[in-house]
Design a protein around this ligand. Structure first.
Ligand code: NAD
Length: 366
């Protein structure tokens, strides 16, 4: 925690509901910490804790690069047969209320409208899933991801040229299904993988009903095959940690750009992609749409239109890629350096430099 600059970590354990969770606040000095609640099965508490800390730090970086007066946090809940899900979320809501507004939570893997409603019964420091909230956040995330993919294509080739693109989308969940739809609407050829066969079928049927088309890969047999498809863009929209020593050499795409948080198993894998000539768009730049929508709404009551969110994420992506190219650096290294510089400057730990690489996006709430 000291090395990475964390402020606070709560370990929650409540036998009656089966709640076992970590709530990490990385930074709340620029404003309240924002971070979704992730619920999944973990090998053990150590693995869950690592996930919590990494995700919370990534949220601080997202906030810094999105120009938000907010910081990063995260809740990671260990799922299992003993968890009474509604009761566990209710207890979590009470604990968040006890933080008095230093931390707001929202959706993530395993936490959707139902779970958010259970939290909202006990605290207002949560993204309300209904009309009182900022609207459907996956829409905002997807708007940013698609705009960022467009910026990456334009960075390499001078234009988006959607009709000539082949894009592989891994995961057709809340975000991936919207990304797949938006790409198909723009005329790209979309290939998708989804381990949940029923979900895959429903998304394909939905797109077909709108006269759109995606092709499904046999994800159920071997999810990792998605990596080996020759394509313009590989868009990971499932879980993180998928790019590592074994998978990076198998990629046959020109660009990696998706919503999944912490796609790189370790930071060094960004450099490996760079050395392979694959353009990696840092996940914490690309997937910040929901955070921009949610944090702006909680801070000022404004629901930013999806076009504005897309424009902001697209512009931030273009800027990171251009500056990284100018410095000959992998984009993730440049983005991390710049985000950490801003976080440190916000804490008064380091003077703001004149050669600050990235400008704050326009329209950032003050
Ligand atoms: P989700 O759970 O709705 O969707 C994930 C989908 O991926 C599921 O349908 C799941 O079956 C599928 N999947 C899992 N492993 C797979 C594999 N190996 N191959 C193919 N499919 C696989 O989650 P989501 O809300 O769509 O989020 C997706 C990712 O984006 C997560 O990493 C999340 O942290 C990140 N993210 C989401 C948001 C948001 O607004 N929901 C915001 C920022 C980042």
């Amino acid at each position: 925690m000291a090395r990475e600059g964390f402020e606070e970590l709560l370990a929650l354990c409540e036998p009656r509901s089966g709640l076992r969770a970590f709530l990490g606040i990385h930074d709340s000095r620029r404003g309240p910490a924002f971070g979704g609640t992730r619920r999944r099965v973990y090998r053990d508490e150590a693995e869950a804790l690592r996930d919590c800390l990494r995700l919370a730090r990534a949220m601080s970086r997202k906030c810094a690069l999105a120009g938000l007066e907010a910081g990063g946090g995260k809740v990671v809940m260990l799922d299992g047969p003993d968890v009474d899900v509604p009761a566990a979320y209710a207890r979590l809501g009470e604990r968040i209320e006890g933080l008095g507004g230093r931390f707001y939570t929202g959706p993530d893997v395993g936490t959707g409208a139902e779970e958010l409603a259970a939290i909202a019964e006990h605290t207002g420091y949560v993204t309300h899933p209904g009309e009182r909230g900022p609207g459907r956040l996956p829409d905002a995330t997807a708007a940013g991801v698609v705009a960022g993919i467009g910026a990456a294509l334009a960075h390499l080739d001078g234009r988006e040229d959607w009709e000539r693109r082949v894009i592989v989308v891994q995961g057709l969940g809340e975000v991936g299904s919207r990304v797949a739809r938006a790409l198909a609407e723009r005329g790209a050829r979309v290939l998708a993988t989804e381990v949940d066969g029923a979900r895959a079928g429903a998304v394909v049927a939905d797109l077909r009903a709108s006269g759109l088309r995606i092709d499904l890969l046999e994800a159920a047999d071997e999810p990792a095959r998605a990596l080996e498809i020759e394509c313009d863009v590989f868009s990971p929209c499932a879980l993180g940690g998928i790019l590592h020593d074994l998978t990076v050499p198998r990629l046959r795409c020109r660009i990696v750009a998706g919503a999944a948080n912490n796609v790189l198993a370790r930071d060094e894998h960004g450099r490996r992609l760079f050395e392979r000539g694959i353009l990696y768009v840092p996940d914490f730049v690309l997937s910040s749409g929901a955070l921009i929508r949610g944090a702006t709404f909680h801070r000022s009551g404004v629901r930013l239109p999806l076009e504005d969110i897309g424009a902001r994420v697209g512009a931030a992506t273009a800027e990171v890629l251009a500056l990284a190219a100018a410095e000959g650096l992998p984009p993730d290294e440049l983005a991390v350096r710049e985000a950490d510089r801003r976080i440190a400057a916000g804490r008064g730990e380091a003077p703001a430099r004149d050669d600050a690489a990235l400008s704050a996006p326009t329209g950032a709430p003050s």
